[in-house]
Design a protein around this ligand. Structure first.
Ligand code: PGA
Length: 255
């Protein structure tokens, strides 16, 4: 069975005390599940500044720490940048790459994303690679082609073995933070398409094993129906991940 994942992308939210409190609440809630079987892996991606102290809190828990981005460079005179090596040394096991907000506000394109993925792999971490069409692209029926190109343009140079360390996240831009959610049917057809893209390029075995997350206004009220889709393996959660009750409810919906 594919790994199920519920990942919280905190974006630029939470001060250090607020982040510590949220993690405390989450750990307490997760403990209540100990006797039951929770099959999904829980991931949290706080801002850089919170990573090291949160890693300490998470010691001994099963929650995986992730970063929201990393530098395309290894180290050196790149003021303001944070390297994959630093993230790994702070306790991260995964890095989100290619989030639509990075693509839109920082003009991140395929070549740069490829370099970032390389840096993440050099540290033995997993990549959560985001794709998704914007509203105009969906309205003009380009959504299948757009997500396919986003995957292939940035990732086609990687081997099937490297792809086994990539988690894909389908995040339609028109659904992020808007309250609009893709219907289960819209999510399923894109997820199935992404899986077929992976199969064509890297083989059926890799495609079958690839975890594909849905993101975009996923919340407790719609998570279960999205997760019921055969190719939706979990969620990348923004707004609802900032509240322990909501995030926990989504984790339980994934189960
Ligand atoms: P949202 O964000 O859940 O707030 O829509 C999802 C994301 O951008 O990862």
């Amino acid at each position: 069975m594919r790994t199920r994942i519920v990942a919280g992308n905190w974006k630029m939210n939470k001060t250090l005390p607020q982040g510590l409190e949220l993690i405390d609440q989450l750990i307490t809630k997760l403990r209540t599940l100990q006797a039951q079987t929770l099959e999904c892996k829980v991931v949290v991606a706080p801002p850089y500044a919170l990573l090291a102290p949160l890693a300490q809190k998470l010691q001994g828990s099963s929650v995986l720490l992730a970063a929201q981005d990393c530098s395309a460079f290894q180290s050196g005179a790149y003021t303001g940048e944070v390297s994959a090596e630093m993230l790994h040394s702070c306790g991260c096991g995964a890095v989100i790459i290619g989030h639509s907000e990075r693509r839109a506000y920082h003009a991140e394109g395929a070549q740069l994303l490829t370099e970032k993925v390389k840096r993440v792999f050099e540290q033995g971490m997993q990549v959560i690679f985001c794709v998704g069409e914007n509203r105009e692209q969906r309205e003009s029926q380009q959504h299948f082609a757009v997500v396919e190109a986003q995957v292939l343009d940035a990732l086609s140079g990687f081997s099937a073995q490297e792809m086994s360390q990539v988690i894909l996240a389908y995040e339609p831009v028109w659904a992020i933070g808007t309250g609009l959610t893709a219907t289960p049917q819209q999510a399923q057809e894109i997820h199935a398409h992404l899986r077929s893209v992976v199969a064509k390029k890297w083989g059926d075995e890799t495609a079958e094993a690839t975890t594909i997350l849905y993101g975009g206004s996923c919340k407790p009220t719609n998570a279960a129906e999205l997760f019921a889709c055969p190719d939706v393996d979990g969620g990348l959660i923004g707004g609802a991940a900032l509240d322990a009750d909501k995030f926990f409810a989504i984790i339980q919906a994934r189960g």
